[in-house]
Design a protein around this ligand. Structure first.
Ligand SMILES: C[C@@H](O)[C@H](NC(=O)OP(=O)(O)OC[C@H]1O[C@@H](n2cnc3c(N)ncnc32)[C@H](O)[C@@H]1O)C(=O)O
Ligand SMILES: Nc1ncnc2c1ncn2[C@@H]1O[C@H](COP(=O)(O)OP(=O)(O)OP(=O)(O)O)[C@@H](O)[C@H]1O
Ligand SMILES: [Fe+2]
Length: 563
């Protein structure tokens, strides 16, 4: 890239008709945005598209005016040269009618200026802007936006989705709740404000490995304000009003505590799995101060660095499109007009990352005597390990205590239960749920992520099938939660399953499929050839268990690919 590269970015996936100019020489970004505000309800795709049509030309001209000013001061830019070197636009994901209008505008400007087009994935732009502004090398990225919620990490040329929502995006979930209250769109900032005056009200908390879902929390929140069934069943800590409903500020407070603690927990799991000590936040919900506070506190506790860009780069904006566009342009990653179609379902892990060196991951070597997992400290004491779930101060103390006690109890119970069914697990030597402390036999020589062989992965497939046949799930079968031997001669692949804290009894095939989905995501995050390893695990699974679970897995994965 020549140092004086200037890029015009254009964004319009949902609500922000936005254009920006990025000036690489000074590393500055000028953003021009016109926001669409629905009169009632949520975003109407047709109205949003009209908004793009009405406002895109104007924001583009305003951004180009900035570009011309910069060009005028640039001695390398002649009077007849275009004021920008390329035009970058959001190709997706987003609302189809909006994307089409914005792509048409981008093509027209690129042709008029006679410069190349760059097609940017909006979700990758949300995370790259944080990486760019922080200067972090290889962070874990949490995207908390309206239509999405992902935890991602870069590996082998792609951003891998380590965890994501199993239903709606986080902002949309909050906005749906506020529509129920008849509050105007967007609801996120209003919930944040109301929560400040509220007391904690307990709501469901749903984390499966590094995936999570919001539907249960949201329906319980609606029931709570309405005085419906969940408000009394959940052990509500605030007094229901005389009309039966929990005060709305309390529900907002509880909602933020549950939802943001879920996002913080999965971010911590991703840090633990990848061995990274850097986290960046992206997306409109990142404007929420409580979410940033929890993430910052979690990172501080585990000695990681946290970065959130300023608000103008968190919410949808063309600045992030221009900045990533500049990196793609420098890598020669441009599009012809014929190739420049939009993709409303464009996933971040579909993007072939052209602009990053292929850094290999470097796991922080685990300290021999004390290991820091995602939620516990594990001390090695000869042939025993002592696992202690430390309080996580970012979580509300009531929620924190409940989770730690429940998980400790379940871990002891299911570790022993799996063993009874012939699955290698450590012997449980002692358990103290109230102290959230467990003592296990020490097993294996290394975590599976350090020895990702087919026999080992096949063993995991068989063991998961065995526990599913026995009626329970592991809940978090990642490559860090399997211990293997290092002698490598064992064709059977003796693999011990550990860390059953997220396990539970269930006869729902979908829960079994989720175990395999968590395994698949963690393979994607830690293996060089995740596909062949996963195929081996699935084959071994079907040799022991119910093949229909694999069909359900395809359905679950399809559902993860929401817009
Ligand atoms: C595909 C694309 O169009 C989409 N964009 C998007 O959702 O806009 P974004 O600007 O990233 O996020 C908007 C969401 O961010 C929420 N939000 C804004 N301020 C908030 C706050 N202070 N607290 C919580 N949520 C907030 C809004 O309620 C809304 O749901 C996406 O990135 O998923
Ligand atoms: N019984 C055991 N024998 C040998 N090593 C163990 C044992 N239990 C735990 N470890 C080691 O400690 C690490 C963390 O343990 P564990 O997964 O139980 O804790 P955690 O905090 O829940 O971690 P995470 O959520 O990251 O999986 C494991 O990855 C493993 O290396
Ligand atoms: Fe967005």
């Amino acid at each position: 890239m020549t140092p004086d590269t200037r890029v015009l970015g254009i964004e319009g996936t949902a609500w922000a008709a936005s254009a920006a100019v990025y000036d690489r020489a000074t590393d500055t970004v000028e953003i021009e945005t016109e926001a669409y505000q629905p009169d009632s309800g949520g975003i109407h795709p047709r109205e949003a598209a009209e908004h793009m049509g009405d406002n895109s030309p104007d924001v583009v001209e305003r951004a180009l005016a900035h570009a011309r000013e910069l060009a005028a001061d640039d001695p390398d830019c002649g009077a007849d040269d275009p004021p920008v070197d390329c035009v970058a636009f959001s190709r997706g994901p987003g609302l189809g009618p909006c994307l089409r209008i914005v792509a048409t505008a981008a093509r027209a400007v690129a042709q008029r200026l006679d410069v190349p087009l760059v097609g940017v994935n909006h979700m990758v732009a949300h995370l790259e802007i944080g990486r760019h502004r922080s200067g972090f090398e290889s962070p874990v990225c949490l995207n908390a936006s309206g239509a999405n919620a992902h935890v991602l990490a870069y590996r082998n040329g792609r951003y891998r989705v380590l965890g994501e929502t199993m239903d709606t995006g986080v902002g949309n979930a909050i906005d749906k709740f506020t529509r129920h209250l008849d509050w105007s769109h967007p609801g996120g900032p209003k919930v944040e404000e109301a929560a400040e005056d509220g007391a904690y009200h307990e709501l469901p908390y749903v984390v499966k490995g590094m995936d999570f879902s919001f539907s249960g929390v949201m329906s319980a929140a609606k029931d709570a304000v309405d005085g419906g069934p969940a408000s009394s069943a959940s052990g509500a800590s605030s007094d229901p009003r005389s009309d039966g409903g929990v005060p709305v500020e309390d529900v907002c407070h509880g909602l933020q505590e549950s939802v943001f603690a879920m996002l913080t927990e999965v971010s911590e799991r991703a840090l633990s799995l990848t061995g990274s000590d850097e986290l960046v936040l992206g997306g409109g919900v990142g404007q929420n101060a409580r979410l940033r506070e929890m993430l910052g506190e979690m990172c501080e506790q585990r000695g990681a660095d946290f970065f959130a860009p300023e608000a103008r780069f968190l919410r949808d904006n063309a600045g992030m499109i221009a900045v990533l566009g500049a990196k793609m342009y420098a890598a020669g990653d441009t599009l012809s007009i014929a190739e420049s179609g939009i993709d409303a379902d464009f996933r971040p892990d579909q993007v072939e990352v052209s602009w990053r060196e292929d850094e290999s991951p470097h796991y922080r070597p685990d300290d021999a005597d004390e290991l820091q997992g995602a939620e516990a400290t594990v001390e090695i004491d000869g042939d025993r390990v002592v696992k202690h779930r430390r309080p996580r101060s970012y979580r509300h103390p009531e929620l924190d205590e409940r989770l730690r006690v429940e998980r400790t109890r379940e871990e002891a119970r299911l570790t022993a239960e799996a063993r009874r069914h012939g699955v290698p697990t450590p012997v449980v030597l002692d358990v103290d749920p109230w102290e959230t402390r467990l003592v296990f036999e020490r097993v294996g020589d290394a975590d599976l992520r350090e020895r990702l062989t087919e026999p080992n992965v096949r063993a995991v497939g068989r063991h998961l099938a065995t526990i599913h046949e026995a009626g329970f799930v592991h809940g978090d079968p990642t490559t860090r939660n399997v211990r293997v031997s290092l002698d490598g001669t064992d064709d059977d692949g003796r693999a011990y399953l550990i860390d059953f804290g997220l396990g539970y009894y269930t006869d729902d095939r979908e829960d079994y499929a989720m175990d395999l989905h968590v395994l698949a995501q963690s393979l994607a995050g830690t293996a060089d050839d995740p596909e062949s390893l996963l195929a081996a695990a699935e084959e071994a699974y079907s040799s022991v268990g119910d093949e229909r679970v694999l069909d359900t897995l395809r359905a679950v994965e399809g559902r993860g690919r929401y817009q």
